[in-house]
Design a protein around this ligand. Structure first.
Ligand code: UDP
Ligand code: MG
Length: 311
């Protein structure tokens, strides 16, 4: 089977007002650049007329394909499903609400043709989003870039292009609650960014209320950093230093100055001593848990770019 050049992966959750316009703008870009492409819509359990609209598009355009979920599984899982089903030489992940401009696809493709395996869109501006969202997003990208085991580009969402070899690795990863942009960074190879301005939603409202946004952020952190698990070791070591000084003070007050209420000295000692021990032990448990967690995720241990001199 011959692969199309591009697979466009577009998750759809109640986008009946945007999906039609999205398709028109996308089709224009694909035609203008003569890209041979399949358009893969993943209908993530929409309860509006989205599916009917997509089926209509599919009737008119045989390059449209639809993966229809049995219920709402969430944006990241929809994107993962799209990548899993994509046949193209390169896969472009893009939102259906037109916040990611389809007109930027040729820029992504150009970088890919220069030899990059991953090309992510960096948001230089976000239109129509609250200050709260902009600030928390900016802060989050900086935090995760710092504590993640693999570097993550700042201010880049899921609008990006993946080469076939990155898509093939992602396909083999079967983590629950995937964090796609993190996995793509983790895979490695040569990746770069192109600047885009993120538009306002074409219609409807965000399907990412603060609760889901926080869940996604926490998901990213726990998937790519063991820091939260090991944090209590650091805290434990710090507090045990403080506690040690405090213990000396307690002994001084109780035994030398003899001004303490009877029982205070022994209670304080037990409290400070046990408190520090507990925190350190929690951190040790965390370290083992992190190991275990690492083993149970079936990420490949390494990814080879090329092999030379083998038969
Ligand atoms: N989406 C999805 N499933 C969900 C939530 C969102 O497939 O549970 C889709 C949605 O239709 C859109 C994209 O994911 O194409 C991004 O969602 P949204 O625009 O609501 O997020 P925001 O841009 O506000 O962060
Ligand atoms: Mg959006």
């Amino acid at each position: 089977m011959k692969r199309p050049l591009l697979s466009i992966v577009a998750p759809v959750y109640n986008e009946e007002k945007s999906a039609g316009e999205f398709y028109r703008r996308l089709r224009t870009v694909l035609d203008a650049n003569r890209y041979e492409a399949e358009i893969l819509f993943v209908n993530d359990g929409s309860s509006d007329g989205s599916l009917g609209l997509l089926l209509n598009l599919q009737k008119q355009d045989s390059s449209v394909k639809i993966i229809d979920f049995s219920r709402n599984f969430g944006h990241q899982i929809a994107v993962k499903a799209g990548i899993d089903h994509a046949q193209g030489e390169a896969v472009v992940v893009i939102d259906t609400d037109l916040q990611d401009p389809p007109e930027a696809i040729p820029d992504l493709v150009a970088k890919w043709r220069e030899g990059y395996d991953g090309v992510y869109a960096v948001r230089t501006r976000r239109r129509g989003e609250t200050l709260f969202k902009k600030w928390t997003a900016a802060l989050y990208y900086r935090l995760i870039n710092r504590i993640s085991q693999s570097p993550m580009p700042l201010d880049a969402g899921d609008f990006r292009l993946l080469s076939r070899r990155i898509a093939d690795v992602i396909k083999e990863i079967h983590e629950k609650r995937p964090y796609v942009r993190g996995l793509v960074s983790w895979v490695g190879f040569k990746q770069t960014g192109v600047l885009i301005e993120r538009d306002e939603r074409f219609a409807g409202k965000t399907k990412y209320p603060t609760r889901k946004m926080l869940a996604l952020a926490w998901n990213g952190i726990t998937h790519f950093s063991f820091l939260p698990l090991q944090l209590s070791t650091f805290v434990g070591i710090l507090t045990s230093i403080v506690c040690f000084i405090w213990i000396l003070h307690t002994l001084y007050v109780g035994l030398i100055l003899k001004v303490a209420v009877p029982g205070w000295t022994s209670i304080m000692l037990a409290l400070l001593f046990l408190g520090s021990i507990q925190l350190i032990t929690l951190g040790i448990l965390g370290s083992y848990l992190a190991r275990n967690y690492d083993e149970t995720r079936s990420r490949p241990l390494y990814i080879v770019r090329s092999r030379e001199g083998f038969e």
